[in-house]
Design a protein around this ligand. Structure first.
Ligand code: RB5
Length: 143
């Protein structure tokens, strides 16, 4: 599975932790930045990861900022993106099983690195349930 990942300065340290985990787990990674702690604007990174997911260049995306809120708001503006902001494992699981989330958002200033790693493991390994959930996510495009 190909995973695109991006952060702003507020998520940079957690991105480094998650990158190590993704390598360990054998995922193919596309890191769109940022690459330093210099202050940057998160919507650009949300756009780059979203474009990789909607084009099929990546199967899933992970976005990290200080709270995860800005990244999730920005990513969900992109057609075809279903971004889920998760701070614990249950939501991560359900965002895949019921919502077929294709982007995971994390907040470095909210979620500790150990919990974030468990969220990522769960989120990447949980399949979509389909069925009634498929019908429901299809309704997103009709409103
Ligand atoms: C940057 O200070 C911070 O605003 C950003 O990382 C994020 O939390 C926005 O939602």
């Amino acid at each position: 599975m190909k995973v695109a990942i991006g952060s702003d300065h507020g998520g940079f340290a957690l991105k480094k932790v998650i990158l190590v985990l993704l390598v360990e787990l054998g995922y193919e990674i596309q890191d769109v930045g940022c690459y330093t702690l210099d202050s940057v604007d998160y919507p650009g990174f949300a756009a780059m990861v979203s474009a990789k997911v909607t084009s099929g260049e990546a199967d899933r995306g992970i976005l990290i900022c200080g709270t995860g809120i800005g990244m999730s708001m920005a990513a969900n503006k992109h057609q075809g993106i279903r971004a889920a902001l998760c701070s614990e494992q249950y939501t991560a699981h359900m965002s895949r099983e019921h919502n077929d989330a294709n982007v995971l958002c994390l907040g470095e200033r909210v979620t500790g690195s150990g919990v974030a790693e468990e969220i990522v493991r769960t989120w990447l390994s949980t399949p979509f349930g389909g069925g009634r959930h498929q019908r429901r996510i299809q309704l997103f495009d009709t409103v």
